[in-house]
Write a protein that binds this ligand. Structure first.
Ligand code: NAP
Length: 306
């Protein structure tokens, strides 16, 4: 089975990559396991305008920069999907689709993924008009009319991004005020080709072969109508990616319970970034977790004499 690593980091978003940088600098033997390559969710963000020191950087560029920073150091990187962890103090077995790896400690940093709404037509038309990533798929809808569902930062950023190329963008939100940051709302309301459809929930994605409409219902009047759109972008939040972490305590939303120290309920297992129960999920808080998790790993190894 090969070597026992001081730490195995699962996930290559900002939290995992930062943990890799800190682990290498602490001289820990380190394996970073990544599923689809480095960057994580910021790759789905057109512009990250609140990461200090790098105003206006694109998500792709920031992901590339953090990943290249890690490559300065001697950290093993393995492309694999983690299926399960066999917890065993001092010798945790990380089981992946390409092999098994042993770590004295493990940092869980697999973030979260866009929530599915379970609408009729949603699964059928995913990839044929339904998307969870405006920056990935927006270009397919140039000069067309699309709908974005949600009222948070991601939904508003998506609507702003799509409005650059689309004929018209509907933002369908279930309440009469947006949750998104005020600066984003201001930018949204200035756009002539965006219409916010307030107090409305989606009921069905309609189409034939591809999306032709979004059926919505007004929650106050209970009136239904169909928006003629060829694309539906769903941006209603995320679910944590922790299906492989049975045995670690989670909160009511399924996030791994850990405070700022990133210490979880399982000895030697730490959680960093968006997978962790926390107040604010941002690149800056994920990066902070990466550093804190490695500090806790060092404390743990020292205490256990490993
Ligand atoms: P979010 O802030 O949780 O917003 C989700 C939105 O979807 C809310 O407006 C919510 O409505 C709506 N929603 C949830 N379930 C729904 C359903 N079943 N049907 C219809 N609408 C539904 O999630 P997010 O926008 O994906 O952002 C995730 C995190 O990343 C947040 O902490 C956010 O601040 C952060 N983020 C920050 C930035 C930035 O600072 N630049 C950029 C991207 C993301 P309600 O408002 O009624 O609950």
């Amino acid at each position: 089975m090969g070597q026992t690593y001081d730490v195995i980091i699962i996930g290559a978003g900002p939290a995992g990559l930062t943990a890799g940088i800190y682990a290498a600098r602490a001289d820990l033997s380190t394996l970073l396991i990544e599923r689809y390559g480095a960057g994580g969710q910021i790759l789905n963000t057109y512009e990250v305008d609140n990461y200090p020191g790098l105003p206006g950087i694109t998500g792709g560029e920031l992901g590339y920069k953090i990943s290249s920073h890690l490559d300065k150091f001697n950290v093993a990187r393995q492309m694999a999907e983690v299926l399960a962890i066999d917890f065993c103090e001092g010798a945790n077995k990380v089981i992946t689709d390409t092999g098994e790896y042993i770590g004295k400690t493990v940092i869980l940093a697999t973030g979260n993924s866009p929530k599915k709404l379970g609408l009729p037509g949603e699964a059928e038309f995913t990839g044929a008009g339904v998307s969870y990533c405006a920056t990935c798929d927006g270009a397919f809808f140039k000069k067309k009319t699309v709908a974005v569902i949600g009222g948070g930062d991601v939904a508003v950023e998506d609507a702003i991004f799509l409005a650059r190329g689309c004929e018209k963008v509907y933002l369908v939100h279930r309440r009469d005020e947006l949750r998104a940051a005020k600066i984003l709302q201001k930018a949204l309301f200035e756009l002539k080709n965006v219409e916010v459809v307030w107090d409305s929930i989606p009921k069905e994605v309609a189409g034939e072969g591809s999306v032709k409409g979004l059926v919505i219902e007004n929650v106050k009047s209970h009136e239904g109508k169909t928006l003629d759109v060829s694309g539906v972008f769903i941006a209603t939040g995320n679910d944590p990616n922790c299906s492989y972490t049975d045995g670690v305590k989670k909160d009511e939303k399924g996030y791994v319970i850990a405070d700022e120290t990133c210490v979880t309920s399982a000895p030697g297992i730490f959680a960093a970034g968006d997978i962790r129960s926390k107040h604010l999920r941002q690149v800056s808080t994920a990066v902070a977790d990466g550093a804190n998790a490695v500090y806790s790993v060092q404390e743990y190894l020292l205490q256990k004499g490993m």
